[in-house]
Write a protein that binds this ligand. Structure first.
Ligand SMILES: [Zn+2]
Length: 263
């Protein structure tokens, strides 16, 4: 691995990014977003490390003051998104909001404030069954949790025709928001064209792998022919390992006859 690339990893050092007045992200390997609604605030996702509680609360206070974080939303229930749940409850009495703690209507659950509105949507099946996305229509910002994986296939289930359809269908739905900024669960900020680029990449791999497997190609040949696309080379950790992981999964699914739609 290229040590220079590691040194330049944009997620190594946490930084506070202002997306709009009263809307901030602590960007690191695990991202945490907070939103000033007016009389109260909402936070999204709660990191992996409990020792970061003090630093996070200080960052929130230094940007939006001491308003109570009334709701803490978990985009899903993985350990690296929920570690500070208890700390938020202790500090602010926050209500923890996720698919296990509340009912999310099919057309979303709205949070209203003097400053802005926030819509919580249940978008299951791309990463986990608990996946939620958060849409901020007044800011054109969409938080997608781990549905976006910087080139990775986000599924924790196996790749099949059925899960591939859920993935691309959900991506289509997210692309239609046409968000200015998309906040993923991990790493740098992204945008709507990157969501579309991932779908294009996935379809390209599906088609090419199906063609090569049908022609009798061995895995080594497939890896040699299908290198990481140049226009995704700058994606966070993509060339280092994500492309290889994704290609491996597509090859496996095609060889097992689970992914037939690209043939
Ligand atoms: Zn996750």
């Amino acid at each position: 691995m290229d040590p220079q690339r590691d040194k330049q990893d944009p997620a190594d050092i946490a930084k506070i990014i202002k997306l709009a007045d009263g809307l901030y992200v602590r960007q690191a390997i695990d991202n945490l977003t907070w939103i000033d609604m007016g009389d109260y605030a909402i936070a999204i996702d709660a990191l992996e490390e409990t020792h970061l509680a003090g630093e996070v609360f200080e960052a929130i206070e230094s940007t939006i003051g001491d308003k109570p974080v009334k709701y803490l939303i978990n985009t899903h229930m993985h350990y690296d998104h929920v570690a500070l749940n208890a700390a938020f409850v202790d500090r602010y009495g926050s209500q923890i909001v996720n698919v296990e703690t509340c009912e999310i209507p099919a057309d979303g659950k709205w949070f209203e404030g003097a400053n802005r509105r926030v819509q919580l949507l249940h978008t299951p099946g791309c990463h986990t069954q608990e996946d939620c996305c958060i849409w901020l229509p007044d800011d054109d910002v969409l938080c997608v949790g781990d549905i976006f994986g910087w080139g990775l296939i986000p599924l924790i289930r196996n790749l099949t025709d059925e899960t591939a359809d859920i993935l691309t269908g959900t991506y289509q739905r997210l692309i239609e928001f046409n968000a200015r900024v998309v906040v993923g669960g991990h790493g740098p900020m992204l945008d709507t064209p990157m969501l579309a680029r991932w779908v294009e990449y996935f379809n390209w791999l599906g088609g090419e792998v199906s063609r090569l497997v049908a022609g009798g190609a061995q895995d080594e040949q497939i890896f040699a022919e299908l290198g990481p696309p140049d226009n995704m080379a700058a994606w966070w950790r993509f060339v280092a390992w994500k492309h290889e992981d994704t290609l491996t999964k597509v090859i496996k699914a095609v060889r097992r006859g689970k992914l037939t739609q690209f043939a």
